[in-house]
Ligand binder design. Structure first.
Ligand SMILES: Nc1ncnc2c1ncn2[C@@H]1O[C@H](COP(=O)(O)OP(=O)(O)OP(=O)(O)O)[C@@H](O)[C@H]1O
Ligand SMILES: [Mg+2]
Length: 362
């Protein structure tokens, strides 16, 4: 009864299961194992592992997992390996090996495996898509840099001259002269154009990233006084909460990263109209890197505006240029990271920065 029960259980699990005796000979293989390996169970049972998988080179990984268990006496060793079926089809297997014990004596080896080919292909495709997205972002940043440089050059000087001369003319004509109001409009437009070209110039002035290993808690705590003094200057009551997982360091350019955080935090401060309001900066490790979240309790960003928020000159404010998040995007892209804005929920805005794991040093 006990044997029937355990046999049924072993046949009904989804993982492949092979048991070898202490000589490395297969004594048991369940149906999923036969299916995943593409071998008949008659071919499996009674054959030694080395005989079944004699290959060296690309096929050797699957064979080696068992050899490792025997040689290194490793318990519950886990591997992801490639396996080639008799039809030379490549499969990706997740394999766990352990010892079979009878009253503490090792009597064999259990090899349990799952076919993760589809998952691993999906992961591979996702990696390729992310790499492509990153490449396109960098390309966009570089072409914008060239364009901005020419715009700044071509517009800034003539516009500064127009503004200067118009102001001179205004000083020379009477207040009652009807021409004056035309000149005032020209001066205002020239001022706006000058501002735009200046922000283009600021964008092109962002230097190449100079990576250093930085303790994020030190860097972010250093920003707190700036947030408080800006809030004071704008007569807003804002509490800043910082919550950083212990000892997180990252490979970043401290000056550029601070510039990016300043822009994001300025938006948060601007969004808290009368107050009191709160800004939270939360930093934690995730499987694929470091996450920095900046949340505020301000008026929030309209979900329809989110796709445009990182575009140059996108602004919903009357006297701003809409270049802040465009600069931030450039800085984060050059750190090989990504930045997103969470959809508006009940209150406020959440900006999420993701720094990839290869910029993470612990
Ligand atoms: N924390 C936030 N809360 C609400 N809206 C935001 C927030 N951050 C960004 N936005 C929206 O995104 C737009 C673009 O932001 P961005 O920082 O690029 O430009 P700006 O603040 O308008 O101008 P600038 O930064 O050049 O002074 C803002 O005008 C605003 O509509
Ligand atoms: Mg801004």
């Amino acid at each position: 009864m006990k044997k029937i029960l355990s046999d049924n259980i072993l046949q009904s699990i989804r993982s492949g299961l092979v048991v070898l005796d202490h000589n490395g000979v297969v004594v048991y293989a369940n149906n999923p194992a036969v299916k995943i390996l593409g071998l008949d169970d008659e071919l499996l049972i009674g054959r030694s592992w080395g005989e079944l998988f004699p290959h060296i080179g690309e096929d050797s990984d699957f064979k080696k997992v068992v050899v490792d268990v025997i040689a290194e006496e490793r318990l519950n060793a886990h591997h992801e390996v490639s396996y080639f079926s008799p039809e030379r089809q490549r499969r990706q297997l997740s394999v766990t090996t352990s010892f079979l014990r009878e009253q503490k004596a090792v009597t064999g080896i259990i090899v349990q495996f799952d076919d993760i080919t589809e998952i691993s292909e999906l992961r591979h495709r996702e990696r390729l898509i992310n790499e492509e997205r990153q490449r396109l972002s960098l390309e966009m940043v570089n072409s914008m840099k060239k364009l901005s440089l020419s715009v700044a050059h071509v517009i800034l000087n003539p516009v500064a001259s127009i503004g200067g001369f118009v102001n001179l003319m205004m000083r020379r004509i009477d207040k009652e002269n009807p021409i004056r109001q035309y000149l005032e409009t020209i001066a205002e437009c020239a001022g706006r154009l000058e501002n735009v070209s200046k922000s283009f110039k600021e964008y092109t002035d962002i230097q190449a990233v100079n990576f250093e290993t930085i303790h994020l808690s030190t860097l972010i705590e250093g920003i707190r006084p700036k947030i408080e003094s800006t809030a004071d200057r704008l007569q807003k009551k804002i509490r800043c909460n910082i919550d950083i997982e212990d000892h997180i360091t990252a490979l970043i350019d401290p000056a550029l990263f601070t510039m990016a955080l300043d822009e994001i935090l300025m938006n948060s401060i601007e969004s808290i109209e009368d107050g009191p309001g709160e800004v939270d900066i939360i930093v934690y490790k995730a499987a694929c890197g470091v996450i920095v979240e900046i949340k505020d309790t301000g008026f929030g960003i309209d979900n329809r505006h989110i796709p445009y928020a990182f575009d140059p000159f996108f602004t919903t404010k009357t006297s701003n240029n809409g270049m802040g998040l465009f600069k931030v995007k450039k800085i984060i892209t050059e750190h090989l990271g990504s930045i997103t804005i969470g959809r508006r929920e009940v209150v406020g805005t959440k900006v999420i920065i993701h720094l990839p794991s290869d910029t993470l040093t612990l």
